[in-house]
Design a protein around this ligand. Structure first.
Ligand SMILES: C[S@@+](CC[C@H](N)C(=O)[O-])C[C@H]1O[C@@H](n2cnc3c(N)ncnc32)[C@H](O)[C@@H]1O
Length: 298
């Protein structure tokens, strides 16, 4: 059964009551985290490392990223497919929207910080808006379930990671489930880690400077954008090599962009969640180099 509701009705029914100035007729709805909508204090403004090494990178690689991201992860698929018909599901950091249409019996609405990725989702007919997972523009207790797949590891402070989890729990109903997955320090293919660059210098976040880190958890993970794709992107957004944002790798025939990751240790997700008063962990597992939890809102 697919329930029919027009885009504007659907979006209007889920965003926070005070967001009446949003324009539902535009293709992409943008939620500006620093706008007056941001009444729930954002832990801090977006750190530079996320602006440059997460947001700008996904914007620059969006079409290539989308073209290479179609395989659906079985654990996410089974979570979504097991939800009751008619459920409202919120996908924060939805990327190219590969999970948005997965269960045709549910309403799925996505958001992502990257406007080009949101545009790609929108072009496929999905309900999406541009928003920061740390400050979701949805009303409290609206969704039946929420997912945050491979997003939390792009947030560069523990405060922001906790706030993103809080936000997901806030937007689901009591009894609603939230699935979160993150990259693990414990990678099955260790040779991959050798290709990553430990984050050093100006970007080492304060909490690491202050407390030190038992193991390396902050990395730049390269994204290789083939020259022909980079040329198309440059036509729209200027030359990223000249501006020092990307670098050329002639051997690979690609522009290399560094994506920031905070990879999670065993039990780290659990530790972030254990202090929450309104959620409990109902399942947790390690799968394909990811730590995963399913929370239930209490
Ligand atoms: C590895 S991709 C995962 C995409 C999708 N969840 C999936 O599983 O295919 C990470 C996504 O997180 C988004 N992202 C990063 N930081 C974000 C933030 N603060 N708020 C919302 N989305 C964010 C990126 O733009 C990107 O689309």
């Amino acid at each position: 059964m697919r329930i029919q509701l027009s885009s504007s009705q659907f979006l209007a029914s889920i965003v926070r009551k005070h967001t009446t100035n949003l324009h539902f007729t535009t293709t992409i709805k943008t939620h500006n985290p620093s706008s007056p909508l941001n009444t729930d204090a954002n832990p801090s403004s977006t750190p530079e490392i996320e602006k440059k090494h997460v947001h700008r990178v996904y914007d620059a690689i969006a079409p290539h990223f989308s073209a290479t991201r179609f395989a659906k992860w079985p654990k996410v698929s089974s979570f979504l497919n097991n939800l009751p018909s008619g459920s409202v599901i919120l996908d924060a950091g939805c990327g190219n929207g590969k999970y948005l249409g997965l269960n045709p019996n549910c309403f799925v609405i996505g958001c992502d910080i990257s406007a080009p990725l949101v545009q790609i989702c929108s072009d496929k007919g999905h309900e999406v808006l541009v928003a920061d997972a740390v400050n979701l523009p949805y009303r409290s207790a609206y969704g039946d379930a929420a997912i945050l797949i491979a997003v939390l590891h792009h947030l560069s402070t523990e405060h922001r990671r906790m706030k993103a989890i809080d936000e997901l729990v806030r937007v689901v109903k009591k009894g609603g489930h939230v699935l979160i997955t993150v990259w693990a320090v414990e990678q099955q293919d260790r040779s991959l880690v050798d290709k990553w660059t430990p984050v050093m210098g100006e970007y080492v976040v304060d909490e690491v400077k202050e407390f030190g880190s038992v193991c390396q958890q902050e990395y730049f993970v390269p994204w290789h954008l083939p020259y022909h794709r980079a040329a198309a992107a440059a036509a729209e957004s200027g030359d990223s090599v000249e501006s020092g944002f990307g670098r050329k790798d002639d051997r690979k025939g690609a522009i290399v962009y560094d994506r920031y990751y905070h990879v999670f240790c065993e039990s780290e997700l659990e530790r972030l969640i254990c202090g929450m008063k309104n959620a409990v962990i109902v399942d947790q597992f390690y799968d394909k180099s990811n730590w995963c939890v399913i929370l239930e809102k209490t």
